[in-house]
Design a protein around this ligand. Structure first.
Ligand code: CMP
Length: 143
């Protein structure tokens, strides 16, 4: 079954939006299979954002994600990667539609609350980077 990697960034944790954000994924019907609150090392941040290494905002991106704890999660379900991106909204919260997480709670592209994998292959890479196999669970609804 398809899985995606989601991280609630330091601004989302500090603004007490963890419950709100987790609730949106639960309400949609996706399955939580991994969750941890953690401080991100520079090494992990640089690997995670490797595709942005040449961008002018790379160092501020790494500084921010390592500045304070994040909530890292793995969600599972059919089409979860693309659907999560829709729930999250556009990268720049000012362009994000109302009803999306960024559209409802953000105004700054550098403080856009949440990260979600942009493709199935990216999700596989990010899940392997952030989680050990034994930190993820498989479960079914009991009848
Ligand atoms: P994220 O989904 O975590 O992936 C890369 C991040 O880079 C993105 O969310 C934004 O937070 C950040 N980002 C993108 N564009 C800019 C920008 N122009 N200035 C600062 N940060 C940016």
């Amino acid at each position: 079954m398809e899985r995606t990697f989601i991280a609630i960034k330091p601004d989302g944790v500090q603004r007490r939006l963890v419950g709100e954000i987790v609730g949106r994924f639960e309400s949609k019907g996706f399955k939580l299979v991994g969750l941890k609150v953690m401080t991100v090392s520079r090494e992990l941040a640089e690997q995670h954002y490797d595709v942005h290494r040449e961008k002018p905002f790379f160092s501020s991106l790494v500084n921010f994600i390592t500045s304070s704890p994040v909530v890292a999660m793995v969600w599972e379900g059919e089409g979860v990667v693309a659907s999560a991106r829709k729930l999250i909204g556009a990268t720049n919260p000012l362009s994000a539609e109302p009803g999306t997480i960024r559209g409802d709670f953000g105004i700054s592209v550098g403080r856009n609350l949440i990260h979600g994998s942009d493709a199935v292959e990216t999700a596989q890479r990010e899940i392997a980077l952030w989680f050990k196999e034994e930190e993820l669970v498989s479960w079914e609804e009991s009848s």
